[in-house]
Design a protein around this ligand. Structure first.
Ligand SMILES: Cc1cc2nc3c(=O)[nH]c(=O)nc-3n(C[C@H](O)[C@H](O)[C@H](O)COP(=O)(O)OP(=O)(O)OC[C@H]3O[C@@H](n4cnc5c(N)ncnc54)[C@H](O)[C@@H]3O)c2cc1C
Length: 385
């Protein structure tokens, strides 16, 4: 049995549901989302929910400027409290080269209207007295940033998209694409075929694999990323309203998660792969980094660990684009560990591209897939893998 639609979206993470929602708002006709598992079951479900303006390139800053407004007004638009805790983002600086990047990035962020401060070590300690700043040159701090709950957000957007007429089929894995020469006509699932004028690949870390099914090269590779939760830890030692702290030099992060803390650590030389089993050898390393940076954590207990997948592109920047040479095929993927925060604007730009032939809310040309073939890539250095 074949079903038809104006647009079929493959994948129901933040990118797929955001695209579907914006298509429905723009009156794009019948929109079907096909998800192999359930809504928000991929990387979005495991994201730390961080939303920050702190990028070195203009694009990342502008994407956040557009997206953060959605998270700030989320409850009014979607009827769900996204638990957006605007406790700020603090990126630590431990080396001269990091300070040079910070100076340039802060200047650009300010030029684009971001409230950002470059703190010295003493001011960093004043802001977060629990941090050991002995080995730091300072930090950059953006008070408007913070973190929201990715599951509440993605499922909230999906629910509103459904209310607007979008059909979401779960347990529908796309296993093949239907092509007529240079045009893609539809996709195949175990429940039958779905034909549409436009097919959108929104399959996160799996987008390279799904691209291969369609006969196209989408340069997205999976990169395992670990998180560690502590048992409840007293708020008089590390306050509940502490910023999301990133320590790039140590490849370490921390923020509050309810009564405990959420810690991040990984290996920069982690090989590509889809495995999400936990690398136990990271646990002593994360404990060591945690105690070094926040000595009070010597009394904390690690409670559990998990790993998910970042969806990395060669320039650590996302793709929102038509696929050159294949009419009717589009891709929204590869946000390289920043996709939760950029999901709202990325979905809007994808929907505008489908409906109007080009993005109108902001210039989406730096997100073009063809940039890789042209060799016009600008790596975003403030990506923490
Ligand atoms: C540990 C961790 C922490 C992170 N922290 C942050 C953060 O603080 N801030 C931030 O902005 N980002 C963060 N990220 C990154 C963020 O999670 C991703 O950038 C974002 O969720 C990508 O969304 P997506 O919709 O592209 O992918 P996904 O959420 O992975 O959705 C893709 C969907 O496609 C489905 N799919 C795959 N293949 C098929 C198929 N053949 N047929 C049908 N469906 C298919 C999958 O089941 C999945 O549901 C983090 C990621 C991880 C792993």
């Amino acid at each position: 049995m074949t079903q038809t639609a104006e647009v079929v979206i493959v994948g129901a993470g933040i990118m797929g549901v955001s695209t579907a929602y914006h298509l429905a708002r723009l009156g794009a006709g019948r929109v079907i989302v096909l998800e192999r598992d359930t809504v928000c079951s991929g990387s979005t479900a495991l994201a730390s929910g961080g939303i920050r303006h702190q990028y070195a390139n203009r694009l990342g800053i502008e994407l956040t400027t557009h997206s953060i407004v959605t998270y700030e007004r989320f409850e009014a638009e979607f009827g769900v409290d996204p638990n957006f805790r605007q406790h700020g983002y603090l990126i630590l600086i431990a080396a001269e080269d990091e300070l040079a990047v910070a100076r340039r990035s802060v200047a650009l962020q300010r030029e684009l209207g971001v409230n950002v401060e470059l703190l010295d070590a003493a001011a960093t300690r004043e802001l977060c007295p629990y941090l050991n700043t002995d080995d730091l040159l300072g930090a950059t701090y953006t008070p408007r940033d913070g973190y929201a709950d990715p599951y509440l957000c993605a499922t909230g957007i999906a629910a509103r998209a459904r209310e607007l007429g979008v059909v979401i089929h779960q347990q529908h894995e796309v296993t093949a694409f239907l092509r007529d020469g240079d045009r893609v006509r539809g996709v195949v699932t175990q429940h039958g075929a779905f034909e549409a004028g436009a097919i959108v690949i929104a399959t996160g870390a799996w987008s390279g694999v799904v691209g291969t099914l369609a006969g196209v090269d989408i340069p997205v590779r999976p990169h395992r990323r670990h998180k560690f939760m502590t048992a409840p830890f007293p708020a008089d030692r590390i306050p509940a309203a502490t910023p999301f702290v990133i320590d790039p030099h140590q490849n370490f992060s921390l923020r509050r998660e309810g009564p405990g803390l959420l810690l991040g650590h990984g290996r920069r030389d982690e090989p590509d792969g889809f495995g999400t089993e936990i690398d136990r050898s990271l646990e002593p390393r994360v404990v060591e980094r945690a105690i070094h940076r926040a000595p009070a954590l010597a009394e904390a207990k690690l409670m559990r660990s998990y790993a998910g997948l970042y969806e990395m592109t060669p320039d650590q920047t996302g793709i929102v684009s038509a696929v050159p040479g294949v009419a009717g095929l589009y891709v929204i993927a590869g946000f390289s560990g920043h996709g939760f925060m950029h999901g709202p604007i990325a979905g809007q730009l994808m929907a505008e591209t489908l409906v109007h032939g080009r993005a109108v809310t902001m210039d989406a040309s730096p997100l073009d897939l063809a940039r890789f073939a042209r060799g016009e890539t600008h790596v975003e250095p403030l990506t923490f893998v």
